[in-house]
Ligand binder design. Structure first.
Ligand SMILES: Cc1ncc(COP(=O)(O)O)c(C=O)c1O
Length: 394
């Protein structure tokens, strides 16, 4: 591409591709583990990064470069690295940024595995973690310490759809110490709806498994940020530890980025309609969707995000039994925990994505047994609404 500045919709389709001598129109898949050098001297220069070029697919591959360059441009970051999963992206960031004795401030209510990674794995390696209320800026303020090195949160969070003020948290962290790495999981929004780096975050994480793939085919992740952190430190971790993305998956994700904007906007259309329907239903206790005026961070979400996203969580009267009945009576929606798919998925967070949390922690976060999470896809929205058999309550 030229140096011309293109609209993100164009970037998502055109950026990052370098055609080979065969002149292929669609991006090629480079299914190769290693790359051949012209001489021993060239091999030495490539291995030491003196000469740019591919070496070994644990850490460099042209199919990954297309995906990485495209996503970096969409998120507004200097560098991007693809990983084998969203959790591998988070692990890569933690292992590249932290050492024993360091302190992390994280939102309490985050994706189940992300919290297990911080409170289990990282604490086993001598990293101290303080968990705070995502939406309570005062609790963030009082959590920073002299040894704080990283801040972590997702917004909107899974499954509660609470929204964090990215600029406010980033400012707090950087005023405390400009070197604190502010890491935001942008999985629920994708760069189409939210760009955390432009709001002061240092690193964006993705589970590419979700909206970036968009059709539930591949597991993958990505880290986006500065050349000095992502392009240097995280790359060094990837080269050493190797939780790499396969070239095939990178190709799927690159093609996914081409249709991301269309898919995300259509899914948001459907989610907005479903949320409004659920909000007005007598059998529903509460709807968690930032696009509803009753949502606690409605104004913040409107300011910070292009739209409210396509995950709608709601709580039904009657606890787990009522929730299970609704889930089991669906004929169209898929009972599965993935999200960001063209196919709508329905899940019971209490016993699936957040099953590894203690009952007390779930209670503290507000994840109840009557809660259902719908990751709205691209089907005809009236069919989705009809698929939910809700019992009206007087
Ligand atoms: C918000 C969030 N972050 C990270 C992940 C982990 O991604 P992956 O399953 O690709 O490892 C998930 C998975 O559901 C998620 O919902």
């Amino acid at each position: 591409m030229t140096t011309k500045k293109y609209h993100p919709d164009t970037v998502a389709i055109r950026s990052g591709q370098e055609r080979t001598a065969f002149g292929e129109h669609s991006e090629a898949i480079f299914a190769t583990s290693s790359f051949v050098f012209e001489s021993a001297e060239q091999a030495r220069a490539r291995f030491s990064y003196e000469e740019e070029g591919n070496v070994y697919s644990r850490f460099t591959n042209p199919s990954l470069s297309v995906f990485q360059n495209r996503l970096a441009e969409l998120e507004g970051g200097e560098a991007c690295l693809g990983t084998s999963s969203g959790m591998a992206a988070m692990l890569a960031v933690c292992m590249s940024a932290l050492k024993a004795g360091d302190h992390v401030v994280s939102a309490f209510s985050i994706f189940g595995a992300s919290r297990v990674l911080l409170s289990g794995l990282m604490q086993n390696f001598g990293v101290e973690v303080s968990f705070v209320d995502l939406t309570d800026i005062e609790s963030w303020k009082s959590a920073f310490k002299e040894n704080t090195k990283m801040v972590f949160f997702e917004t909107p969070n899974n499954p509660l759809m609470e929204v964090a003020d990215i600029s406010a948290i980033a400012d707090l962290a950087h005023n405390h110490n400009p070197d604190i790495l502010v890491v935001v999981d942008n999985c629920f929004c994708s760069p189409i709806l939210q760009k955390p780096l432009s709001l002061g975050a240092d690193v964006v994480l993705h589970s590419a498994t979700k909206y970036i793939d968009g059709q539930g085919r591949c597991v993958g992740g990505a880290v986006v940020g500065s050349e000095s952190f992502v392009g240097d430190k995280v790359l060094a971790f990837m080269r050493t530890a190797g939780p790499s993305m396969s070239p095939f998956n990178a190709w799927v994700f690159s093609k996914g980025l081409e249709t991301l904007s269309l898919r995300v906007h259509k899914a948001c259309d459907n989610a907005e309609e479903l949320a409004r329907y659920l909000d007005g239903h007598s059998g529903v206790e509460r709807v968690f969707y930032p696009g509803l005026e009753t949502h606690q961070q409605y104004e913040l979400a409107a300011r910070q995000q292009v739209r409210s996203g396509a995950v709608v969580t709601f709580e039904v009267k009657g606890g787990r039994e009522a929730a299970y009945n609704i889930i089991d009576s669906t004929e169209l929606m898929s009972i599965t925990a993935n999200l960001g798919d063209t196919k709508t998925t329905i899940t019971h967070p209490y016993t699936t994505t957040h099953a590894r949390w203690s009952d007390n922690d779930k209670k503290k976060a507000g994840i109840s047994e009557g809660m259902i999470r719908i990751a709205v896809g691209l089907e005809y929205v009236d069919d989705l609404i009809e698929d939910l058999v809700l019992t009206p309550c007087p």
